[in-house]
Design a protein around this ligand. Structure first.
Ligand code: PXL
Length: 280
């Protein structure tokens, strides 16, 4: 079985990060080793939250992984709780990266032109460095502008997106995706592999909730670890996050609690079976 190490926070309430990545990657038939960067009572989108930073635990966890000779087919990162963790995560990647290990960085920093609580310019600078080590990065539009040190522009057209992608790849990542760009009544994700652009769109559902980007990344990562190409991973991730947005909108519970990924899992399995054939 393939094995992924994913480094992001554990938020007890408000579906995002590990509580989304673990079930999704498991449903894709991959072992998921979650390394928590922090434990939060609830994600930072709530008016207040309790956060217990786990920076000092990261080297102790990797020491044990080394002692047990644990290897990973991919290492991914999501929300990183503090700047001090960036260097430790870079160190983790250096230690556990083999020639064929996929490094997948979701530079979680903000959305809709606004940065999440606790994210600073210095944080963005460190995130830029982390992205340079990656095979795939998946910023949303806010994060793409932030990585490039540019002012946010919500009305980025296709030309602007392509130019951002070219400059993101020039930062050092092999492949980049800009997720969740609104164009009319569609939501568009565009990928760039250094040569070709790949555009995938879905119906725009008028719902804003935490975890949609984390779900997108988990699906794309899982698909690529299962041997799918960058373009195939992008296609699947757009389909699954679109369906999750549709189901979240139908859910009478407050979307502040996060994306309805749970009821999207049967659709994910259906899409995987369509692509791979049913397991015997
Ligand atoms: O989904 C992004 C995310 C992840 N983790 C935490 C967050 C957020 C967005 O608000 O607060 C803790």
């Amino acid at each position: 079985m393939k094995r992924i190490a994913t480094i992001q926070d554990f938020s007890c309430v408000g579906k995002c990060s590990l509580t989304v990545a673990l079930p999704i990657i498991s449903a894709m038939g991959i072992e998921c080793c979650g390394i928590p960067t922090a434990v939060l009572s609830n994600h930072t989108g709530f008016p207040c939250f309790y956060s217990h930073d786990l920076t000092d635990d990261i080297p102790k966890i990797s020491e044990q992984f080394n002692a047990h000779k644990i290897t990973f087919d991919a290492i991914s990162t999501g929300y990183i709780a503090s700047i001090g963790q960036m260097a430790l995560i870079e160190e983790f990647i250096r230690e556990f990266r083999r020639d064929d290990t996929l490094i997948f960085v979701d530079p979680v920093m903000g959305d809709y032109g606004r940065l999440y609580s606790q994210i600073t310019e210095e944080y963005a600078e460190k995130m830029r460095r982390l992205c340079a080590h990656a095979d795939v990065i998946t910023p949303n539009l806010t994060e793409a502008f932030m990585l490039l040190g540019e002012e946010y522009n919500a009305h980025a057209d296709r030309g602007v997106i392509r130019s951002l992608l070219e400059r993101l790849v020039a930062l050092g990542a092999e492949n980049a995706v800009i997720t969740g760009v609104q164009r009319g009544n569609e939501i568009v994700c565009t990928g760039f592999d250094g040569e070709k652009f790949y555009e995938q769109s879905n119906t725009l559902y008028n719902v804003s909730c935490s975890g949609t980007g984390d779900l997108f990344s988990a699906v794309m990562l899982g698909a690529m670890v299962n041997g799918r190409s960058f373009a195939e991973g992008l296609d699947l991730a757009v389909k699954i996050s679109g369906e999750a947005a549709r189901l979240t909108l139908l859910d009478p519970d407050r979307p502040a609690y996060g994306v309805n990924f749970e009821q999207t899992i049967p659709y994910l399995i259906e899409q995987l079976e369509k692509r791979n054939g049913k397991p015997q």
